[in-house]
Design a binder for this molecule. Structure first.
Ligand code: GLC
Ligand code: MG
Length: 460
């Protein structure tokens, strides 16, 4: 995923703020900048459609069968899910600037090994089913438990992508796509998006930023005068979506949460991740944690500044955490996936202060530079083996005018199991280079129950 920097530790005493606009007139979510870069059906799916179209007398029975299948697909566990991640795809889960898909593959490995068995993965995308399936062919995406497509107007479950027909019924209320198309079509500034992106509850156009303002100003009144209650969302400085008022990524998530709650299976934690205008709603839902990725578009940041600034449940991943970057390099180095074996050693020496020290979780203390020299034999020792390194619950605090403390849990997963340490970095700012820091101290202590079986099985 483009950059989920750290996980957020839920705090039940956090004030929960809900920023849902009260007005019933068309809601406009709009932006102001940033250029835009830009699955499989199984037998049950085909059987369903065959029966639906060719044997109408079986339709009711079949629809019931599918809703129970849909329910089964969304409900893999007997207890509430430990975590439900609801993530946008383009520029959030998928970093289109990373042809090697490094972050995505890391996320996938972590999800499969640690979360899949008790947590739910939900993709929430603006893409239609056609473009979503195209992305699945291009990128190594996991199969989610639930897929929300077409800006929250289509919800499907499981590998077979069983549609949620209840959601279609909800959206059909007070919606008339012909009027939406007719009125918006009168604006020469609006260019219709391709046919695949026109969906039963979504009419989509392109409009450049220069013309977006005037269109966004006029459209709501026009729809209101025609008795149509719609939501207009402008995303990525180019896309304009017209949806039923009750649709959108946030509404779709609220609908799912309600369903889970009714079944007594409300996930213990829900985390939403996104980067652009159509994701803003995801961050408006009570009790949902949020990560706006570091590459978030200005429209989302502006929305956050105006609507959710004080909400501690939402964080903006402002920069790649240095510890995360360091450990990604370390993991690659042990797997011999780094291009240059010596450059990792040299960059560690550059980062670490010559008189700095490290305390290994066993309690052994060593000068940092001496310790770095002992690392060389470990280059490539994990090649072809399971070796995953990640950082969790990182937080940074300033403990002096020029000293930072970074504390996090550092985890390693190997074929032998999972080990973890609470790790503390103490960094001093470099007097000759303001804004740069040098690592003066590393201190690690085992996380309870996750100590390595032998001291030398844990290096860093
Ligand atoms: C995706 C969809 C497009 C939509 C945009 C913003 O790119 O393909 O139709 O307008 O997301 O929601
Ligand atoms: Mg996106």
């Amino acid at each position: 995923m483009a950059l989920i920097q750290r996980s957020i530790r839920p705090n039940s005493s956090d004030p929960v703020r809900c920023h849902r606009p009260a007005s019933s007139s068309p809601r406009v979510i709009y932006p102001f900048s940033s250029p835009r870069a830009n699955g499989a059906k199984d037998l049950s799916f085909f059987t369903y459609h065959l029966l639906r179209t060719e044997r109408p007398q079986l339709r009711i029975r079949c629809t019931h069968a599918m809703s129970s299948l849909a329910y089964k697909e969304m409900d893999r566990f007997s207890a509430p899910a430990r975590l439900m991640i609801v993530s946008d795809l383009d520029h959030t889960m998928v970093d289109h600037h990373d042809p090697e898909n490094t972050s995505l593959l890391r996320f996938n490995a972590m999800w499969e090994s640690i979360y899949r068995h008790n947590s739910l993965l939900v993709f929430s995308t603006g893409r239609s089913p056609t473009l979503y399936k195209q992305l699945r062919k291009e990128k190594p995406l996991l199969t989610p438990d639930i897929t929300i497509m077409s800006v929250g107007t289509e919800i499907t479950y499981g590998d077979s992508m069983v549609p949620d027909e209840g959601w279609e019924v909800v959206l059909n209320k007070a919606w008339n796509r012909n009027i939406a198309l007719e009125e918006a079509g009168k604006f020469p500034q609006l260019k219709l998006q391709p046919e695949t992106e026109q969906r039963p509850h979504k009419v989509s156009f392109y409009v450049d930023k220069g013309h977006a303002q005037e269109v966004l100003k006029s459209l709501p009144g026009i729809f209101k005068s025609r008795g149509l209650d719609v939501k207009i969302i402008y995303s990525g400085g180019i896309d304009l979506d017209i949806l039923p008022q009750g649709a959108g990524k946030g509404e779709a998530l609220s609908y799912l949460l309600k369903k889970f709650k009714e079944a007594g299976k409300l996930p213990l934690n829900t985390l939403a991740c996104g980067d652009s205008g159509n994701d803003a709603e995801l961050f408006s839902i009570s009790d949902v944690y949020g990560v706006m990725v570091s590459n978030a578009q200005e429209e989302l940041l502006q929305w956050h500044a105006e609507n959710a600034k004080g909400n501690s449940k939402i964080i903006h991943a402002t920069e790649r955490c240095a510890a995360v970057t360091l450990y990604i390099a370390y993991e690659r180095w042990r797997q011999a996936a780094a291009e240059n074996y010596e450059s990792f050693i040299q960059s560690l020496k550059t980062i670490c202060h010559p008189s700095g020290t490290i305390i290994h979780p066993s309690g052994v203390e060593q000068p940092l530079h001496e310790w770095i020299d002992t690392l060389r034999p470990y280059y490539g020792d994990k090649q072809g083996k399971k070796f995953l390194v990640w950082v969790d619950r990182a937080f940074t605090s300033k403990i002096g005018s020029d000293t930072l403390l970074v504390k996090f849990d550092k985890w390693e997963l190997t074929d032998e199991g999972r080990n973890g340490c609470v790790t503390t970095f103490v960094l001093n700012s470099k007097p000759d280079s303001p804004g740069s820091f040098s690592l003066v101290h590393i201190h690690q202590t085992w996380l309870e129950g996750f100590a390595a079986s032998t001291d030398d099985a844990w290096i860093f």
